[in-house]
Design a protein around this ligand. Structure first.
Ligand code: SF4
Length: 429
């Protein structure tokens, strides 16, 4: 059987044109996906059922027991942390926010270690965004800053920019100019019409110099800024100003380098400056397929996009204080529920050390580094493969994911609702 027009639940491009071949309850082939997406459909190393750590290793336990023990751990904790959420659907994220409020815990997503700074900047100066469809059909100049889409979002260029012909850009490869800013050469810089090779940590200065030139104050710019010559800066400013429609994409090379959210603020203000001459938009290259979704769901429900602390009986948000890494580094939380992420692979050592010293329950289809010290792991269905769900693309467009086969795994939204039901005893609290 071939299931057509399937959405890929790997990265936030959410490509919606996959053909998935299914035979005997297994995926045997995927057409149109990149290697990353294809691997997610084809991989077979999922855990079979819930497991619990014992003194001598792992034991298999019934799902009922895993849910009951998780509910007890959450209820008994003084300061539980509910972390992850970017690799699952909006329905599970919504159940997670309700659960965090119920147990007076902190809920945070992987956003806080990727595009959290983008959100802080957007809260300060706004978001001149657009859909990826607009980029494809209109943009004749595209900037990729601090990201390598050829590796992290492999079909971004073929679906929306370099290789994607659009309504107003009939021959994209010839007509679209691509500017890539990075500290080193990559497979994406190899495709660039202009490669801005800047010194590590020089993003803020280079963006500032471009703003000055676009504003007509280029005389204050020195001959070289963070390794970029004034001549190249003028050339790029000119290219951007004369675009019919410009699209600025940026990744963690901008959000997680020196300057952090001030870099993004500077980039937004450059886009604002350019929009005095022509039309420019800006889009974060979100990574996990539904990391944007968590920010949307959490904002609707609490007023804040991530790092929400319910300990006071109301939503409190203060990134740097209520973010997962900070709470773990201060050794504050005494229990952690990890959903659809792998903090052990990405957090700093001191945060992981504390995580390893407290009870951890993980809801994830696959074993990962966090499994190594989890007390319980419950394997769940994968949204978009064997579970339905809603996810938000990197441009904020919500898409409905449909399951392509049934492997008999429970979905994480259902498990979270069951944990909630056990804590409330079936009523509301
Ligand atoms: S670019 Fe992203 S969404 Fe598209 S197929 Fe590859 S991994 Fe999946």
């Amino acid at each position: 059987m071939i299931v057509r027009d399937v959405i890929c639940p790997f990265c936030a491009c959410l490509c919606d044109d996959l053909d998935v071949h299914v035979e005997d309850g297994r995926v045997t082939g995927v057409d149109n996906a990149c290697d990353l997406g294809s691997h997610k459909f084809m991989t077979d190393h999922r855990m079979k059922g819930p497991v619990r750590r014992t003194a001598s290793g792992w034991e298999e336990i019934p799902l009922e027991e895993a849910i009951r023990e998780t509910a007890e751990l959450l209820e008994a904790a003084e300061r539980p942390l509910l972390y992850g959420w970017s690799g699952t659907c909006g329905e599970a994220q919504s159940a997670g926010v309700h659960l965090a409020e119920l147990v007076g815990g902190v809920i945070d997503a992987t956003t806080s270690v990727c595009h959290g700074p983008s959100i802080l900047a957007i809260q300060e100066v706004g978001h001149p965004g657009c859909t990826l469809g607009q980029v494809k059909n209109r943009a004749d100049v595209v900037v990729y800053w601090g990201c390598n889409p050829q590796h992290a979002h492999p079909r971004h260029l073929s679906r929306y920019t370099t290789y994607a012909d659009g309504f107003f850009v009939r021959n994209a490869f010839k007509e679209r100019k691509v500017i890539v800013a990075d500290i080193r050469g990559t497979d994406s810089t190899n495709l660039a019409d202009e490669f801005i090779r800047l010194q590590p940590g020089g993003d803020y200065a280079v963006l500032g110099a471009l703003r000055a030139i676009v504003r007509g104050k280029g005389d204050v710019v020195p001959p070289e800024v963070a390794g970029v010559s004034r001549e190249q800066l003028y050339r790029i400013a000119d290219l951007c100003k004369t675009a019919k429609y410009g699209a600025f994409f940026f990744g963690m090379g901008l959000t997680q380098t020196a300057g952090k959210y001030k870099n993004i603020r500077n980039a937004i203000e450059l886009v604002d400056e350019l929009s005095r001459h022509t039309k420019w938009t800006l889009t974060p290259m979100r990574g996990h397929f539904n990391v944007y979704g968590f920010n949307e769901v959490c904002t609707w429900m609490t007023g804040y996009p991530y790092a929400v602390d319910f300990a006071r009986g109301m939503a409190f948000y203060n990134p740097g204080e209520t973010t997962a890494v900070d709470i773990l580094a201060r050794k504050e939380c005494d229990m952690c529920l990890v959903v659809a992420s792998d903090p052990a692979a990405h957090f700093p050592a001191e945060a992981v050390e504390h995580l390893a010293s407290i009870p951890v329950v993980q809801l994830d289809p696959f074993p990962n580094l966090t499994t190594a010290f989890a007390r319980i792991q419950i394997p769940v269905a994968v949204s978009g493969i064997d579970a339905d769900g809603t996810a938000y693309r990197m441009d904020g467009v919500p898409l409905r994911l449909h399951r392509v086969l049934d492997r008999g795994y429970p979905d994480d939204a259902g498990i979270l609702l069951e944990i909630t039901r056990r804590i409330t005893g079936g009523g509301s609290r």
